[in-house]
Design a protein around this ligand. Structure first.
Ligand code: ADP
Ligand code: MG
Length: 690
């Protein structure tokens, strides 16, 4: 906790202090890191005659007259003139004293947005001051900062507070240690911290406001760099601390893995073998593994996870596997049951939907050491405790945050041994994100698809040509191929989705005589869903209409055509996942992205990238660029990507240099890294979620 010196500032009493505390501001140093989000240019007085609607400007004039107009609502109307023109000021909220301030002949200076009113130009509720003597006449030579704030804390207060903090800084009373290593700062030609902060809080007249507002100004970039470094450090540190703990080493012991491999209907790819080796090596050590496995859709991560699980279970420890959605978890349950039941291992299932007696039974089994538990977030809930957790596998698709992942580890038994951790990401993550969210994890990449996969060809077609698409589906089905028709209605309830899919299925069946159309959606009972899927797999159904439930968990190699409706509404990652359901067999597969015109340029660009590439890495990069990392990562859940200055997509070029510097700092200068973390992230405990 930093010593608080706020109360020493003029004007700060208990109530202001508590407002500031609410914003995470506990000291004058914190005040300096509370940055303006825009600026007003009050450095120049504009002639009224040259104003135009929309301009935000400073003007000055003499009051010609002022009146209170009584309509539905009393309005104070003041007309000023500077010899070049007239401007009307309107106040809907005012006090009687204000009317008196605007006596005829008074010189007033105001700042506000010019509007084109029906009676000439006006300003509504400008900020203003009366020019009563010479001392009032000077115009500021600095831009006026506008700060993010909370109710009851006006901009004038922020001005006074930051003014004092800057004074302390520039007189040397407040020392802000330079924490950015020289080489990093030097390479990027960045100014020292005090200089940068002064510039950001009080930019000189003529400063590049556009750059400042976008936070591309070198002074801000310098802070962004420091902030990104701090985040990287804190996540790395967290992972490092984990790795230092003690874990049970898991040597190769049983014949389970061999038996499993012999029973698999395919041979592992070279990449899968390599990654499994890396994992097994980590598992054999007596420190917790912290490994991230990246692999594109269909690269075969599940088998890799299964082999890690078998090694752990072979050593007598429990394995927990957590997925972000019910469906994904169900799919894992199905795969693992199919693979492992013949080896005598039955997974325990735990999701939010498991309640009552079934839940209690699951909890008891977990406590008593059931070898394998598969489920959703429910695994992290209260009441779940593992007797002897050896490995936590998290299939996360970027939907879990660092803390949620670590929370699962806290579920391990009370012994001094900690669990190993394996994180799988379904869509390859852009390097930029890997450097922040997954900083400090060991990484393995499955960079090879199982043999025989051909890239899916993709077409982008307007819904107006739906009939052509339906004929194409009919032709394909008559040739013995199978197809998916995916109905997407995002943000709608399961019920509405199901209804829409039912209707699409009915219409398609009506226009496709002789072709068997099936339907799956999220509202069906698992057995019914499975039955339809089985029929599709056996070829009794040629066209499967589905909601996005098939995003995961469908594996029908003969299906070689996919139509996705309203594709413009889905994220790139989801489209990539969906499309990954075709192209698993020998046939050349294709995908049609149907969109409902008109669509905007951004949506068009997204669909185009899907047409151009099937490379998950490129798609993920593009997704980041077009949507921003918050959405890609699901900031709401992760809660860790709330940067004050930095922006992962805007500041990508800054990220490049960070991992190496961070690593060096952690090794050689842990004190500096601790200070950086404290400055930017604050209370380390809060961040670590303990
Ligand atoms: P993802 O990496 O997207 O999770 P999965 O693990 O679901 O991929 O694997 C996709 C499909 O490929 C599954 O049907 C799986 O059984 C199959 N598969 C995995 N590895 C191989 C392999 N080496 N050869 C052939 N098929 C494989
Ligand atoms: Mg998977």
């Amino acid at each position: 906790m930093l010593a608080s010196d706020l109360r020493e500032l003029r004007g700060v009493g208990p109530s202001l202090e508590s407002s500031l505390n609410q914003l995470g501001i506990h000291s004058s140093q914190d005040l300096l890191f509370h940055l303006p989000f825009r600026y007003e240019d009050r450095t120049r007085i504009h002639p009224i005659g040259a104003l135009y609607p929309g301009a935000r400007v400073l003007v000055e004039g003499e009051v010609e007259h002022s009146t209170i107009v009584r309509g539905r609502r009393a309005t104070l109307v003041v007309v000023i003139s500077d010899g070049t023109g007239r401007l009307t000021l309107r106040f809907f909220h005012f006090r009687a004293a204000q009317k008196r301030q605007f006596s005829r002949g008074t010189q007033v200076r105001c700042y506000g947005e010019v509007r084109g009113g029906y009676q000439g130009l006006d300003m509504v509720h400008p900020s203003y001051k009366r020019i009563l003597n010479e001392a009032d006449e000077a115009v500021s030579d600095r831009l006026t900062p506008v700060y993010p704030t909370v109710e009851g804390l006006g901009q004038a207060s922020w001005q006074k507070l930051t003014e004092q903090a800057l004074a302390l800084l520039n007189s040397g009373q407040l020392e802000l240690e330079e924490l950015l290593p020289d080489d990093l700062r030097g390479n990027l030609k960045m100014s020292p911290l005090a200089e940068a902060l002064t510039y950001i809080h009080r930019p000189p007249a003529g400063a590049d406001v556009a750059a400042l507002v976008e936070r591309r100004h070198p002074a801000q970039q310098r802070l962004a760099l420091e902030e990104l470094l701090a985040h990287n450090l804190s996540v790395q540190q967290l992972h490092r601390q984990q790795r230092k703990l003690r874990a049970a080493g898991m040597p190769s012991k049983s014949t389970l893995e061999q038996t499993f491999l012999e029973r698999l209907p395919f041979r592992l790819t070279g990449a899968q073998y390599r990654v499994i080796d890396e994992i097994h090596r980590d598992l054999s050590l007596d420190h917790p593994m912290q490994r991230l496995v990246q692999g594109d859709v269909g690269s075969g991560k599940t088998v890799v996870a299964a082999l890690a699980a078998l090694r752990t279970m072979g050593n007598g420890f429990q394995v927990a596997m957590m997925a972000p959605t019910e469906l994904l978890a169900e799919q894992h349950l199905r795969s693992f049951t199919e693979w492992l039941e013949p080896l005598g291992i039955s997974p325990i299932w735990l999701s939010g939907k498991v309640t009552g007696k079934a839940r209690q039974a699951a909890l008891d089994a977990i406590e008593q050491g059931a070898p394998l538990v598969i489920g959703t977030h429910a695994l992290m809930q209260e009441g779940v405790s593992f007797g002897k957790l050896g490995l936590a596998i998290v299939d996360e698709q970027h939907r879990f945050g660092v803390h949620q992942r670590l929370a699962l580890l806290d579920k391990a038994g009370a012994e001094s041994l900690h669990a190993h951790q394996l994180i799988m990401t379904a869509t390859p993550i852009p390097r930029t994100l890997a450097m922040t969210a997954y900083a400090g994890l060991e990484t393995s990449v499955i960079d090879e698809l199982p043999p025989g996969r051909k890239p899916v060809t993709t077409a982008v077609i307007s819904d107006e040509r739906r009939n052509e698409v339906v004929s194409r589906v009919a032709a394909a089905c008559r040739e013995g191929k199978q197809a998916y028709w995916v109905c997407t209605l995002i943000e709608e309830s399961d019920a509405v989705q199901a209804q829409a899919a039912e209707e699409v299925a009915r219409n398609l069946q009506a226009s496709l005589a002789g072709i068997e159309v099936g339907l799956v959606h999220g509202r069906m009972k698992p057995q019914d869903k499975q039955q339809v899927m089985d029929h599709f797999k056996q070829g009794d159904i040629q066209l499967l209409v589905a909601t996005t439930v098939i995003e995961v968990g469908v594996d029908v190699p003969n299906a070689s055509l996919m139509i996705i409706e309203n594709a413009e509404r889905l994220g790139l990652a989801q489209l990539h996942q969906l499309r990954g359901r075709v192209g698993r067999g020998d046939e050349q597969a294709s995908c049609v992205l149907l969109y409902s015109p008109p669509i905007g340029p951004l949506a068009k660009e997204r669909l185009n990238i899907m047409r151009e590439t099937t490379d998950g890495f490129r798609i993920a990069e593009k997704d980041l660029e077009l949507r921003g990392p918050g959405e890609v990562l699901g900031t709401r859940q992760t809660g860790m990507l709330q940067f004050r200055v930095a922006d992962l997509s805007r500041d990508q070029q800054l990220l490049e240099s960070i991992p190496a510097v961070a690593e060096r700092l952690l090794k050689r200068n842990p004190e500096t890294s601790a200070k950086l973390i404290r400055r930017w992230i604050g209370d380390a405990a809060r961040f670590a979620g303990v």
